[in-house]
Design a protein around this ligand. Structure first.
Ligand SMILES: *Cc1c(COP(=O)(O)O)cnc(C)c1O
Length: 465
């Protein structure tokens, strides 16, 4: 026999030795594993385990079946796909990690409302049909100074709706310095096209003056648009039209001004490393007719896009057919109302986890890093506490460098350890810095730090974590 023939026959023998699913299911050890597990899940675990070995044999590995594989598959199937992770990246509004964590009040409200029925679109006073936005409109008016508000699925939807309702079939004037791509496929020129507007670019990448807008206005102009740069900054020889001048121009010409504010801070953020960011109220009081912003960036709430502005203009948005397609569900309304209440009550900085993380004090960060370090030291895991730079993230305040603290793990291969930590329960997502794995403590709670320490200790020892 040639060597390839012996190879083939060995492979055949290995494949033939694989158990059938029925055989597996009647095996005592598998039955023991299956206690407390539904039959379909046990069957799927057996199938996946056998399929995994078959794939390995076919790719040339000399492997045999082992019931432990069923156990691993059961563990995998028992875990939800979407689950909590510990954010040790130092990026507060990490889009891949779900952006803003919700406050305790928002969570309570969510579960209360989701458990049963709710008055989503019912006026309890008179039993008439109500608006789902009514639950947050008063708070939004009060917190932004605007006349009216509407809530859709995210800020991208808010922008699409606003452009479509106010300027479909017309021209929208925007500075070349603001034609941003936010990430996840949101590009201002594309959104403009989808909403049926014609983009009119003015100025240059680095300098745009109000005179550029003036020169671009025609009878077909439907909107003057200002877009927050969000995830990049223009520095050097730059100029942009002041908001007040754009507003004056819009008024003079009878053209509404729309600002896509992106992050939308409801209150100023005062802290080390934080540049001044206009609040929604600042933009509204400057006279901008419509302002759109995200609810899960600096606002610190659930994913949603909020549009505030003049009543007449918002009415046009509310009547547009896209509004129905983009509207939020009861869970979002519940979480958003509870989040906004924190601003009303003056407790946003402590109550909303994203704001608390952005504003965390250096002493608190040092104490957290010390607790993490002590737990690692007790298990003799080589590390040092280092100064690190955290970020706001979520396409907000790209230049903000938040001084932070991290634990750098020494003498372990960073990428491999990171993979092990991500596979843990709960997974820990950290940052690889110059071939070292760094755990930034800014987005970890005190309890998270202890859990993260346990996971690191197990991962370093090669134990399941
Ligand atoms: C983030 C951002 C968006 C998109 O917001 P989502 O809520 O993620 O849809 C749109 N415009 C600007 C300027 C942004 O910063």
């Amino acid at each position: 026999m040639t060597s390839s023939e012996t190879e083939a026959s060995r492979r055949r023998a290995l494949l033939e030795a694989l158990p059938s699913i029925d055989e597996l299911l009647s095996e005592e050890r598998v039955m023991a594993l299956g206690r407390g597990v539904s039959r379909p899940v046990l069957v799927e675990a057996c199938r996946s385990a056998v399929a995994e070995v078959r794939r390995q044999i076919l790719s040339g590995d000399e492997v045999r079946f082992d019931v432990e594989r069923v156990e691993r598959q059961l563990a995998r199937l028992g875990r939800p796909s979407l689950r909590r992770v510990l954010n040790a990246t130092g990026v507060v509004l990490h889009t891949n990690l779900g952006r803003a964590p919700l406050s305790a009040r928002a969570l309570e409200r969510l579960s209360e409302v989701a458990k049963g029925y709710c008055n989503l679109e019912l006026e309890l006073d008179d039993g008439e049909r109500g608006s789902r936005f009514a639950h947050v409109v008063e708070l939004l008016k009060r917190l932004t100074g605007a006349e009216d508000a509407i809530v859709v699925n995210n800020c991208a939807a808010a922008t699409l709706l606003t452009l479509g309702a106010l300027a479909a079939g017309r021209e929208v004037v925007v500075s070349r310095g603001e034609l941003v791509e936010i990430g996840g496929g949101f590009r201002v020129p594309d959104v403009m096209r989808e909403s049926g507007c014609a983009l009119v670019e003015v100025g240059t990448t680095n300098r745009t003056r109000v005179a550029d807008y003036v020169a671009a206005i025609t009878p077909a102009t439907g909107l003057l648009l200002k877009v927050h740069r969000s995830n990049f900054a223009l520095v050097g020889f730059t100029e942009e039209a002041p908001r007040s001048e754009l507003v004056a121009l819009g008024r003079a010409k009878g053209i509404p001004v729309f600002e896509d504010l992106g992050s939308g801070a409801l209150e100023p953020l005062h802290g080390e490393g934080l540049p001044a960011e206009p609040t929604v109220r600042d933009v509204v009081s400057a006279g901008v007719d419509v302002v759109a912003f995200s609810a899960d960036k600096l606002l610190g709430g659930p994913q949603a896009g909020i549009v505030v502005g003049r009543r007449e203009v918002l009415g046009r948005l509310a009547r547009h057919p896209l509004q129905r397609a983009l509207r939020v569900d009861k869970l979002t309304v519940a979480a958003l109302e509870a989040t906004l209440e924190a601003y009303r009550d003056g407790t946003a900085d402590v109550e909303l986890p994203a704001r608390a993380a952005v504003l965390a004090r250096p002493e608190a960060l040092r104490a957290r890093a010390a607790a993490l370090s002590a737990a690692l030291a007790a298990a003799q895991v080589a590390h040092r506490v280092v100064a690190s730079t955290a970020r706001v993230g979520g396409g907000a305040l790209p230049l903000a460098e938040l001084p932070s603290c991290a634990v750098a793990l020494e003498r372990v291969p960073a990428v491999e350890l990171h993979a092990r930590l991500r596979a843990g329960a709960p997974p820990v997502v950290a940052r690889v810095n110059d071939d070292e794995l760094w755990l930034d403590v800014r987005c970890l709670t005190d309890d998270d730090c202890l859990v993260a320490a346990r996971q690191v200790i197990n991962a370093v020892r090669g134990a399941p974590c």
